[in-house]
Design a protein around this ligand. Structure first.
Ligand code: PEP
Length: 248
């Protein structure tokens, strides 16, 4: 039985005043929840949130990391720094990083290795563009991204896959439950074929893209969906708690 994970990606949102939202979330998430809960705030807030979330069931993560441990990389943050702030996870390969910063498969692979070097779990994102879906290339794109970005040494503990169709992110559009299941089943098979069934069958595969309290239950019930990666709806404690409630 895979324990699901509901992860919130705050992206470039949040100021010091956002501690009120995290305090509110803390009140809504109980330690006997049927899923794990994670918040990935901007790097500027990880340390502050880690003080608030100490001894709560809510874990923390970063949104990206540099492949190197330290050095002359102005503006970047290493996996070690994220871990040092109290985080346990980091997202790699988010489509916004792929598009805004050219973080393509080879870089995503080295970022994922960096996450493991620092003792973090990586949430590796894959997903097709709208043109790729229309051209019936979805599974090909997913296969290429996974083959080129999963490093040697992946386990069901150190790696989580997030399927995020790029056209569904922040748009309010979602694939049908059948389409989500088809991609997740494909990813499950690919993971089993490439990493062995013990690892492949136990690795979490999250769905991300316009998950809201109103559609979470249906999407989370799809075959091989083991949780959600949530952007916009993770910013408000009430909405995020409404998504977590899909697992009650
Ligand atoms: C995301 O950015 O990972 C995401 C899924 O965003 P949203 O939920 O806003 O579509």
């Amino acid at each position: 039985m895979i324990k699901p994970l509901v992860a919130g990606n705050w992206k470039m949102n949040g100021l010091s005043s956002s501690v009120s939202e995290i305090n509110a979330l803390k009140e809504k998430v109980s330690s006997n929840s049927n899923c794990d809960v994670l918040i990935c705030p901007p790097a500027t807030l990880i340390m502050a949130f880690s003080h608030i979330l100490k001894e709560t069931p809510i874990a923390l993560g970063g949104q990206t990391c540099h492949p190197a441990e330290k050095g002359a990389h102005t503006g970047d943050i290493s996996a070690e720094m994220i871990q040092n702030c109290g985080a346990e996870y980091v997202i790699t390969g988010h489509s916004e990083r792929r598009m805004d910063h050219g973080e393509l498969d080879k870089i995503v692979k080295s970022q994922t290795e960096a996450a493991w070097r620092a003792g973090l779990k990586a949430i590796l994102c894959v997903g097709e563009l709208i043109g790729e879906r229309k051209a019936d290339l979805t599974l090909k794109v997913i296969e290429r991204q996974l083959k080129n970005s999963i490093p040697e040494g992946a386990t069901a503990e150190n790696l989580i896959i997030a399927y995020e169709p790029v056209w569904a992110i922040g748009t309010g559009l979602t694939p049908t439950v059948e389409d989500v299941a088809a991609v997740h089943n494909f990813i499950r098979q690919l993971l089993s074929d490439n990493l062995g069934s013990e690892i492949g069958n136990n690795m979490r595969i999250l769905y991300g893209g316009s998950v809201k309290p109103g559609n979470a239950k249906e999407l989370m019930a799809a075959s091989n969906v083991n949780g959600a990666l949530v952007g916009g709806a993770s910013l408000k404690a009430e909405d995020f708690a409404g998504i977590i409630a899909a697992y009650e």
